[in-house]
Ligand binder design. Structure first.
Ligand SMILES: CC(C)(COP(=O)(O)OP(=O)(O)OC[C@H]1O[C@@H](n2cnc3c(N)ncnc32)[C@H](O)[C@@H]1OP(=O)(O)O)[C@@H](O)C(=O)NCCC(=O)NCCS
Length: 150
């Protein structure tokens, strides 16, 4: 069987329809086409990366870079492709990009119930830094802030 390696590349506008589908499959409050268009064209701090396997988009990750601080806005792997280390590969690739850009600290918010993502972040040294109460609008769930020095 031929093994293929996923590729991480920069997001372009043509990816947005696929990303909206991924959002709808992955999140309770999915981002819309407008949110991605805003990030791509109007947010100077935003960097979005796509993971492709054999030409199929299987995940994405958003990174804000503000001077020397990096913030992960979102990361998702399409449900059918989870559990095969693609999330690991994508997250580590984006952490490398943050380092290359000169970031010295990286942070993110994650649902307190999302133990799978938290476990992945801990592998990269992220530790809990605080709680944002009622952060998620669909169920008022708290966000755990996690961060790491790069
Ligand atoms: C979080 C997510 C991106 C991980 O992607 P993935 O490709 O399934 O993860 P990987 O196979 O690369 O595993 C990476 C690590 O995640 C954790 N993990 C993944 N699946 C897990 C599971 N079923 N149970 C516990 N931990 C799990 C583990 O720490 C794993 O590393 P390990 O196998 O060495 O222990 C994916 O689950 C996802 O898209 N979730 C929905 C969206 C989401 O919650 N995003 C985070 C928003 S803050």
């Amino acid at each position: 069987m031929k093994m293929t390696t996923p590729v991480v590349r920069t997001m372009v506008e043509e990816d947005i329809d696929t990303l909206v589908m991924i959002e709808e499959a992955c999140f309770a409050t999915p981002w819309t086409r407008q949110s991605f268009l805003h990030e791509l064209h109007e947010n100077p701090y935003a960097n979005y990366f796509i993971m492709e396997l054999d030409g199929i988009v299987i995940g994405y990750c958003g990174l804000w870079l503000v001077i020397d601080e990096a913030h992960i806005t979102n990361i998702a792997i399409v449900p059918e492709y989870r559990g095969h280390k693609y999330g690991d590969l994508l997250f580590s690739a984006v952490v490398e990009k943050a380092k290359e850009a000169g970031a010295i600290q990286l942070s993110l918010e994650v649902r307190v119930s999302n133990v799978i993502a938290q476990k992945m972040y801990r592998k990269y040294g992220l530790i809990p830094g605080g709680i944002r109460k009622n952060y998620y609008t669909d169920n008022q769930e708290d966000a755990l802030v996690m961060w790491v020095k790069l």
